[in-house]
Design a protein around this ligand. Structure first.
Ligand SMILES: Cc1cc2nc3c(=O)[nH]c(=O)nc-3n(C[C@H](O)[C@H](O)[C@H](O)COP(=O)(O)O)c2cc1C
Length: 421
């Protein structure tokens, strides 16, 4: 919800005091967009679990980290400590299983929500999956969210035994979710459908969240927007330039409204934030500095083979051209040269990043699902630099408190040398 408001033009200086002031964001938004608005709600900031592995440089395995459960637990516990609201756990044949990964985090986290990818073609029968949902929501004490994934690559899906085209996969997702929702209310179901046959199926375990954990989802095709309108609580868009995201939001919300439903909006973006814009741009260049043309062309061929409309929209933003990567101010498509899905990053200093996030918030987004390389370090960096500027986020830094480093620092503090900046 956005409330027009008189801007306080006082310049911001976030480094000098820990308390956040909302007008810092507004001032910057006005400078960049000429709009005077205030976002009247705290944004939810999710981070991402790299269940297919992590790296400092794209395309360099010698700096890479395997997708091990131990490493993912480090990211999850760090993200929770830092104050992120949630974690997206993706799915794919190159990813560790999202459900088992989520279950493994139940005992080591207590607050952070887990947005777990549900590939509806791979989840088996809705009765069984309703039981799994209730079990995991119980284990997480009501922190489960599902990210519905109908699937984007036919070839990949065939490797998992799924021989359905794009729109059939959406039909299956619709039938699956419709049954799953009924089952989670305890209804006994007999159903002879196109994709599922169930005789007197029933789920005996109620989830903690009623009537069921929230459903998130992203897709840009006609079928995707219909699915979102009918079933989805929060529609997620990859980080396209704001004016393109705006068109999708308008369409999805209109379709939902026709069905008497409201739908929330989230944006999935990479981030590269540094203290200065120059450092951030240098970090972006460094991230792709080991990519050669052969690797980029091979990756682009694979990405173009996807039947996902959303993937095509992302690939079309840069068309594999290394020289045209800033597709909109501070929105950089370098990661999409070789990565499917979330291929665009916000690159900039903290205030610029907040202003750019606010541009999406003004369009109606209340959730951001972010990531950056390597995911452990970038989670810390983002929280350290950006959380102090975000309403509703606990500042991770404590400039007015003891700085670690031993008794020497404590003596300095007693003399009043630290904590004043
Ligand atoms: C935020 C977001 C996250 C997604 N996560 C996954 C994922 O983990 N695995 C996957 O195979 N597809 C993922 N997708 C792809 C979509 O689920 C969608 O099925 C696919 O892109 C087809 O979309 P289309 O309707 O644009 O053609 C994701 C899409 C978005 C927007």
């Amino acid at each position: 919800m956005i409330i027009p408001k008189q801007v306080d033009t006082q310049t911001s200086d976030y480094g000098s005091e820990p308390k956040r002031v909302r007008c810092r964001q507004i001032t910057q938004v006005r400078a960049l967009t000429d709009q005077i608005t205030e976002v009247d709600m705290a944004l939810e900031i999710f981070w991402f679990l790299p269940t297919s592995g992590d790296s400092r440089y794209l395309g360099r395995s010698d700096y890479a980290r395997p997708a091990s459960n131990g490493y993912l637990k480090q990211i999850a516990t760090t993200a929770e400590y830092l104050g992120y609201d949630g974690l997206l756990i993706p799915t794919g044949s190159g990813n560790l299983d999202p459900f088992i990964t989520a279950a493994s985090l139940a005992g080591v986290t207590s607050k952070i929500k887990l947005l777990v990818a549900l590939r509806t073609t791979a989840a088996g029968n809705p009765t069984v999956f309703a039981r799994q949902t209730a079990t995991l929501d119980d284990a997480l004490n009501g922190r489960l969210i599902l990210n519905v994934v109908p699937g984007a690559w036919q070839e990949e899906l065939e490797g998992e035994g799924v021989y359905l085209d794009h729109d059939q996969r959406y039909e299956l997702a619709d039938e699956f979710i419709t049954l799953w929702r009924r089952l989670l209310t305890g209804e006994k179901i007999t159903h002879n459908g196109k994709y599922f046959n169930i005789k007197e199926g029933q789920n005996l375990f109620a989830p903690v969240q009623k009537p069921h954990p929230p459903l998130y989802f992203g897709g840009s095709s006609d079928a995707a927007h219909n699915l979102a309108a009918k079933h989805i609580d929060a529609y997620l868009s990859w980080g396209e330039p704001p004016h393109l995201v705006a068109e999708k939001i308008k369409d999805v919300k209109a379709r939902a409204k026709k069905l008497g439903r409201e739908i929330r909006i989230g944006i999935r973006l990479q981030v590269i934030v540094r203290e200065t814009e120059a450092e951030a741009r240098a970090a972006a260049e460094a991230l792709i500095s080991h990519l050669d043309d052969d690797l980029i062309n091979a990756a682009q061929d694979i990405l173009r083979a996807s039947d996902s409309v959303g993937q095509k929209r992302i690939t079309d933003l840069h068309k594999g051209d290394k020289n045209k990567l800033e597709i909109s101010p501070n929105l950089w498509a370098g990661i999409g040269l070789v990565r499917g899905g979330a291929g665009t990053a916000l690159v900039g200093d903290p205030k610029t990043i907040v202003a750019r996030l606010n541009e999406y918030a003004e369009l109606g987004a209340d959730t951001f699902v972010l990531s950056g390389y390597p995911h452990l370090e970038e989670a810390v960096r983002f929280a350290e630099l950006v959380f102090p500027l975000l309403d509703g986020k606990k500042p991770f830094t404590a400039p007015d408190q003891v700085i670690t480093g031993g008794a020497f620092d404590v003596r300095l503090q007693k003399q009043g040398h630290v904590g004043k900046n």
